[in-house]
Design a protein around this ligand. Structure first.
Ligand code: F58
Length: 830
């Protein structure tokens, strides 16, 4: 302590012009200096930015830990129910600023650091992005964790501590290439390794059956191979730091670090193979975001973290409540998609084989404990595993799955199911070489199954789970997604948050629906000016990022039109870039017209093996290259593809958007959450009636959102009747011209055939109905241009969007889950 204080003085001597910290900031500065000295081992005189980042993070962590222990003790004392959120992905991003904000220490930390000559914003930029997820599903899990801490739901997030998160995307000559992401390179100040919390996870082997004392069959699984799951805990702070929950991520360790026999025999590499194999389980996040990876390693990951998490929560339950039968009263397990669906069989195994429960009791308890969230309707995206693979890797689980299936099918038959219905509800898919349908397993093992937007939940009942919905009516429910306003408004857009506080007070910070208080200001010219000034500043910041990463100058006064999300054909980045080309053509043919200057911003990663998505990235970059340097465009149009989209980049891009592109083929985007983030930050949406866009329209009002294109029902009808892209192209000369140019190599002169495949695919099949929606999309863009010409009208709509987005807070979503699925009370915030 003394030494640290001396060091502070030394720093102050060095730069006597530094501002003096006051009050709280002074004691926080002393804590930072103590961390720098004793935990980082650096003298402030020589400390580098990374050292300061670590010292600050550890100082903040101390403050968080106090609340963490208080929360944990409180939860234990109350003896109530806990939620366990099982997710293979937690896309949490950076934690420093969000943690400071929630602890009310943002200003304090800024002042404390300034007094030692360090800029908070500079060091905060050095924090690695924890990219333990692919996209929306993983980010939703992160928003939910924060909201559960905020609304007072005692919760554990359970997942995998991937050593390498989602790959880094590099754009080289317009093409995507991937390199490994190394978020742990500088260590991770937020996590606490718990070497003592470790579970054995078995794989393979055989099942031994014997006779129990009452003559019933007793099964004992003897795995051939064991891996250790070791816990790493990260505290998750809720708003105002009132409650802190735990994110517990498992890391795989081999029980035998080295085979000494092999080593002594001279086989130094072979001595490590078992270890490498075991530890590969938590090595890397699977980067596919729509089609499930069918590899064995993926199944191992799923079982690994599910089993460890169930063992952990059962142990906690027994320690506290002594009695396994009360599990469902004290634990709610939420499965984030089917990735942890093996939990149904694993919990059954634990209850029957280890706790000697009867089948019927075990199944009732399992069902009462578990519930499942579905995030996709795409049939090819629904996970299924070959029966032989499951049989080999998890023989006991396969037995249990068969037994569950037999009972479900008997029940269905008794309820009058036809053969076709039986085939549809069966957990075993007989059609494609016998596979286990994980969605069906999750469905029958859950008391509630939810979709993530109203439309999606309805479609679930009509499509993927139609027959299961008939056999188990009332089980499907809707929980429309949400986003945390702490990260996506307060931290990402401090300018707007500050303006809102000055205008409507602090109420919205505790209850996002209080944002409606902004409505009366929507037409107020003075407020509009200030609102526009905030947007302009955010755009200037993004312009700087674009300049620095791409060397491209864009004008912050232009309309910033943004589409950022994973690259996927159903999300239709292709529709956007084709319309951009049409605009480019129009600007050149009609230079006399009063065009609205636009900056088209794109960002997003394509799965490494998703060739057509990678071609779309290349096309965007090819178009950018030509448009951005064409003098005929006179700076009226710029195209920017920003590489390596992640949470941190989203925090810069979203607050700077004027227009948000949410243009998926109707019926295909389960919900979307980016759509909510943009609208909350004052962007207007151009979108289809898909996912949560439908509910956004209901909330913000049809006049304040630009809806175009076919509805989900129309899409289905056209597909049923047979698509006719050629007719669509013939009917729209602008579209025909665009496809002609792209297909003949206008944007790829060095390789004229490059985009031929993309164009052929559109012309001959067009499964995502790009050509069907092109004309209405294009017309809507021109209406948007017209509105942009009347800034007062634009701003009014933008302000109304902010005012009416409160319902899309993930606090509301979590309250809905708590009320209707978990059976847990929540508290008011603030
Ligand atoms: C997304 N799914 C939905 N999956 O596409 C999106 O509409 C929704 O808003 C979001 O979930 C949250 O509900 C999604 O992100 C994945 O990334 C999976 C990763 C693993 C393989 C299968 C897809």
């Amino acid at each position: 302590r003394l030494y640290a204080a001396d060091a502070a003085l030394a720093v102050a001597d060095e730069a006597s012009a530094l501002p003096e910290a006051t009050g709280d900031a002074r004691s926080f500065r002393d804590l930072i200096l103590a961390k720098l000295t004793y935990a980082v081992g650096k003298d402030p005189i020589v400390a580098r930015d990374h050292d300061w980042l670590r010292a600050l993070s550890l100082a903040l962590r101390d403050r968080i830990v106090d609340r963490w222990m208080a929360t944990t003790r409180g939860v234990y004392r109350m003896g109530g129910k806990r939620v366990y959120y099982f997710s293979l992905e937690f896309l949490i991003g950076r934690l420093l600023k969000d943690g400071l904000n929630n602890m009310g220490l943002l200003g304090t930390a800024r002042e404390a650091l300034a007094s030692v000559g360090v800029d908070l914003d500079v060091i905060a930029e050095l924090e690695a992005d924890a990219a333990l997820g692919n996209g929306g599903l993983g980010r939703l899990a992160a928003c939910f964790m924060e909201s559960m801490a905020t609304v007072g739901v005692p919760a554990y997030g359970y997942g995998i501590r991937y050593e390498n998160g989602l790959f880094r995307q590099n754009i080289i000559d317009g093409w995507q290439t991937e390199s490994p992401e190394n978020w742990l390179a500088y260590g991770n100040p937020w996590e606490f390794p718990r070497r003592e919390v470790a579970y054995e996870i078995g794989f393979g082997g055989a099942v031994e059956a014997s006779e129990g004392w009452d003559g019933s069959a007793v099964h004992a699984w003897k795995p051939a191979e064991t891996v250790l799951a070791v816990a790493h805990d990260t505290p998750v702070v809720g708003w105002r730091g009132l409650r802190v929950n735990t994110l517990r991520l498992w890391s795989a360790r081999s029980p035998d670090p080295i085979s000494l026999d092999a080593f002594n025999a001279g086989d130094h590499i072979g001595a490590l193979t078992a270890r490498t194999k075991a530890e590969s389980i938590s090595r890397v996040l699977y980067p596919a975001d729509s089609t499930p990876a069918g590899q064995e390693l993926r199944l191992r990951q799923e079982y690994f973290f599910t089993s460890a998490s169930l063992q952990d929560l059962v142990r906690r339950h027994l320690k506290q409540h002594r009695e396994i039968r009360t599990l469902a009263q004290k634990a709610a397990v939420q499965l984030n998609d089917t990735h942890p669906a093996i939990a149904v069989a694993e919990l059954m195994r634990i209850l029957i084989d280890i706790h000697a429960m009867s089948w019927a009791d075990a199944f009732a308890l399992t069902r009462d404990t578990i519930s499942y969230t579905n995030h996709t309707l795409l049939p090819e995206a629904l996970e299924s595993w070959p029966v032989p693979l499951l049989e080999r890797l998890l023989p006991r689980h396969m037995q249990i799955i068969y037994a569950i299936n037999a009972r479900v099918l008997t029940e269905a038959r008794a309820a009058g199911a036809t053969d076709a219905m039986i085939a549809a509800v069966s957990i075993i898919d007989e059609g494609h070489g016998r596979r286990v349908r994980m969605g069906n397993l999750a469905f029958v093992g859950s008391h509630k199954v939810n979709g993530v937007s109203a439309l999606h939940s309805e479609l679930m009942k009509e499509t993927v789970f139609r027959d299961l919905n008939t056999v188990f009516p009332g089980r499907i429910t809707n929980k429309t997604n949400g986003i945390t306003p702490r990260r996506w408004l307060m931290t990402a857009n401090p300018g707007l948050a500050g303006l809102l506080r000055e205008t409507i007070g602090e109420g919205f910070l505790d209850d996002a629906e209080k944002l409606v208080a902004l409505e009366p200001f929507a037409r107020d010219p003075g407020f509009q000016e200030r609102f526009a000034a905030v947007k302009h500043a955010n755009k200037a910041r993004l312009a700087k990022t674009i300049q620095q990463t791409l060397g491209l100058r864009v004008d912050p006064a232009a309309l910033f039109d943004v589409q950022v999300k994973r690259m996927h054909e159903y999300k239709r980045q292709l529709l956007n870039i084709l319309e951009t080309i049409a605009l480019y053509n129009a600007i050149r043919t009609h230079p006399e017209k009063d065009w609205v200057p636009r900056v088209k911003v794109f960002a997003g990663k394509a799965a490494a093996s998703y060739t057509s998505a990678k071609y779309i990235i290349k096309l965007i970059n090819d178009v950018a290259k030509m448009v951005n340097t064409d003098p005929a465009v006179r700076n009226l149009l710029k195209v920017a593809f920003l590489p390596n989209y992640n949470v941190s980049l989203a925090e810069v891009i979203i607050p700077a958007a004027d227009l948000s592109e949410q243009i998926s083929t109707a019926g295909m985007e389960a919900s979307g959450t980016g759509n909510m983030k943009f609208a909350l930050n004052g962007a207007l949406t151009i979108g289809t009636l898909d996912g949560a866009n439908v509910e956004m329209r209901d909330h913000v009002g049809a006049d304040n959102i630009f809806i175009f294109g076919l509805t989900a029902a129309e899409v289905e009808a056209r597909r049923a009747k047979g698509l006719n892209p050629r007719a669509n192209i013939e009917a729209d000369p602008a579209l025909a011209e665009v496809l002609d140019a792209v297909g003949s190599g206008v944007f790829s002169p060095a390789d004229p055939q490059r985009h031929r495949g993309t164009v052929d695919n559109l012309t001959n099949s067009d499964w995502f109905l790009v050509t069907d929606d092109f004309t209405s999309y294009s017309a809507m863009q021109r209406r948007i241009d017209a509105l942009w010409g009347t800034p007062a009208a634009w701003r009014e709509k933008a302000i109304l969007n902010v005012a009416r987005m409160g319902w899309f807070s993930s606090d509301r979503t979590i309250r809905d889950y708590s009320d209707e699925i978990w059976g847990l009370p929540t508290v008011k915030v603030g």
